[in-house]
Design a protein around this ligand. Sequence first.
Ligand SMILES: Cc1ncc(COP(=O)(O)O)c(C=O)c1O
Length: 460
Amino acid sequence: MPTFRTIIEPFKIKTVEPIRMTTEAERARVLREAGYNVFLLKAHDVLIDLLTDSGTSAMSAEQWAGIMRGDEAYAGSDSWFRFEAAVRNVVGFRHVLPTHQGRAAERILASVLCKPGDVVPNNTHFDTTRANIEFVGARAVDLVIAEGRVPSARHPFKGNMDVAALRALIAEVGRERIPFCMITVTNNSGGGQPVSMANVREVSAVCREHAIPLYIDACRFAENAYFVKLREEGYADRTPLEIARELFSYADGCTMSAKKDALVNIGGFLATNDPALAQRERDLLILTEGFPTYGGLAGRDLEAIAIGLDEVLQEDYLRYRLRSTEYLGAAIAAAGVPIVQPPGGHAIYVDAAAFLPHVPPLQLPGQALVAELYRVGGIRAVEIGTVMFGRLDPETGEESPAPMELVRLAIPRRVYTQSHIDYVVEAILHVWNARASIRGYRFVEQAEVLRHFTARFEPL
Ligand SMILES: Cc1ncc(COP(=O)(O)O)c(C=O)c1O
């Protein structure tokens, strides 16, 4: 039998959605009108939308069939029981609370567990996780390993938590001020980098030693499981489901945005093994999300999530998924474009600071690159740098930059084909070749929280 090098998309296309072609002049105009913030663009003005992999998946024929089967009973619907069984089958936690998306699970968890002055460690908090923790007066601390902060440093598990730093934090602030610890798999804000099973085991041991509950931010648990299979000794012959189950077994609960690795457009959940905590969480769930058997979701959404959780763990899918992301990263890196190495699971992160060394962090190099990718190629990416994570001191008006200036090209699941990605490569290389002429930006408007969504900019 011949062996094949080409890893094909493991699906056929049954329904298509046209892409509207635009000219560079048109894009320059709409970009200016949007205050140079690509979140404020109309989606129909975007050719290839790599803003996020969240909620942008193409659902399968099975999932659409599930949508038709959705049972919309207010309480105790068949869809709820299928959802609960599918979630438990993967995560193993006893109590499952459906939410309308990941941040709703985070908000409930942070409201129930945190008080002002508390400290919550994570490898790297995602922006909504950080915002929910800070909103209740606690401090969100990032403890990713040193390699995870250096875009060019190669490490198979750059998302790992620095266990010595975790121990030091516990010694410094005291166990009683740490209501829970989190590990985000894969580490989105740190480049979509995986966390090893050994690291989760070690963090879990430290947490158990100090009676600190460990939560997994499980958004991309299946991609993480496949990285473990490919890279960690002892897992090559295990299925992604077995690997995922082992990972969750070291934790006490999880938050999940089903918009990623449940292959749906909306949904999430919060899960825990602690019955008393689950009761308090359910009380809040009823207040803001809905009855505990639907949360913020329709019965049809619960069905689609249940099916997605099974499909996302198929090896053919995961092999294609990680390879197609790597394909984009390898093609631009080969031409010299600086990216976070090695490529992550759901996205390629371009190192904007190295791409535009003449644009200092406070002149927002990531923002400049995002604007240029849209103008030149109609590609929508997202800045993960000073716009997203920098801080404006309200008293002094002084801005402090983020530790890294990244631009994320997130790949929606099962949406684009290889020729779309080849086009993206070509557009990035055009921008790369003209990089010396790209100038920085400054804020003209910004909100106090999560400013990247609504800020407006102007070129310097
Ligand atoms: C790691 C991580 N945690 C939490 C969230 C929040 O999920 P949602 O957007 O569904 O509220 C995201 C979303 O992008 C994420 O990537």
